[in-house]
Design a protein around this ligand. Structure first.
Ligand code: SF4
Ligand code: SF4
Length: 309
């Protein structure tokens, strides 16, 4: 089978499994991206996310993750909800966390992709799959694989469908025809920079101070949220979607068709007041399978209380 035929096979199976966009890059060292990451870490823009300093070599060289790797398949899985009412009134929840934890949902899809490929090719594949995994520079791979560009908000933007996607990868020894990168279509737009309430995006864009981002403050930060952010959270209690909401490319977002991403039936029924008064019992019920569980009840309570102080 030719590399181009193999690439088509991978894409067809991935599309059948629900991945919206699939692109392929050669598994090469990421020298430029490594330099950028090093500078970003040196400037302390990762806040208290010290784990980001680990695995530097693994991140920038795919053959360290999969010896003999030839290709990186980058896959986008849509999570844009048909009903986004949980993101409209405080305390707001980021759209990606409405339903079941995407790590499990997307990883299951990736495993199925892997096995179906082995079946179709009639041979074992040496490879690994990743979703939101620390040692992989997911956005950079997606860019190299031509499924989008990195916007000024530092998110991956697909020109046909915006940025509400989970990113995933298959790094393997499969020889696959690579795709070409696409250009940056941000142009003169500065909507995300202007709208960010904590000035986490640099004035020129393309650089995020993670330690100021509401997603970091509400999810990653274990200590108290610094007082300087009081009154600037815009109602977000878990994550923040502002720089996606204002991005003109997200007018092309279409609702996902993934049943696992539907919220727990009791969640949309909660009034903003009931959300604000959430008890541990309600938390455990409505977020039992969601990524929101990451903050634990105490973390979400801290975030909600911070909004009201
Ligand atoms: S997620 Fe929110 S806080 Fe973070 S950069 Fe985007 S707009 Fe700013
Ligand atoms: S809001 Fe504008 S500048 Fe920001 S990522 Fe979207 S297109 Fe680019």
């Amino acid at each position: 089978m030719l590399p181009s035929q193999r690439a088509t096979l991978v894409k067809n199976i991935a599309h059948e499994l629900g991945f919206a966009f699939v692109g392929i890059a050669r598994a090469e060292r990421m020298d430029e991206e490594a330099r950028r990451l090093e500078a970003w870490l040196r400037q302390g823009r990762h806040g208290a996310m010290h784990w980001m300093e680990n695995h530097f070599e693994l991140r920038t060289d795919p053959t360290k993750l999969v010896p003999g790797a030839k290709s990186v398949v980058s896959l986008l899985y849509n999570y844009f909800p048909a009903d986004d009412s949980l993101s409209r009134e405080a305390p707001k929840i980021s759209r990606y966390a409405y339903g079941e934890d995407y790590h499990r949902v997307v990883r299951d899809k990736l495993r199925t992709l892997f096995h179906r490929l082995e079946e179709s090719l009639g041979a074992a594949i040496d490879g690994r799959v990743f979703v939101d995994s620390a040692p992989v520079l997911e956005r950079d791979w997606a860019k190299r694989a031509g499924v989008g560009w990195t916007g000024k908000n530092t998110l991956l933007i697909n020109p046909r469908a915006g940025s509400y996607f989970f990113l995933a990868e298959l790094i393997s020894d499969l020889d696959l025809a690579p795709d070409t990168q696409i250009k940056d279509y941000c142009g003169t737009c500065t909507a995300c920079i202007d709208a960010c309430p904590t000035e986490a995006i640099s004035p020129e864009g393309y650089l995020l101070d993670g330690s100021k981002c509401i997603s970091y403050l509400t999810i990653e930060l274990r200590e108290a949220i610094p007082a300087e952010f009081a009154g600037r959270m815009e109602g977000w209690a878990f994550g923040c979607d502002i720089c996606q909401e204002v991005c003109p490319w997200n007018r092309f977002s279409t609702p996902h068709a993934e049943p696992a991403f539907a919220p727990h039936p009791d969640l949309p029924a909660l009034s903003p007041r009931e959300m604000r008064e959430m008890t541990e019992e309600v938390f455990q019920r409505v977020f039992q399978k969601s990524a929101v569980k990451r903050t634990k009840f105490t973390g979400l309570r801290r975030n909600i209380d911070f909004l009201e102080d």
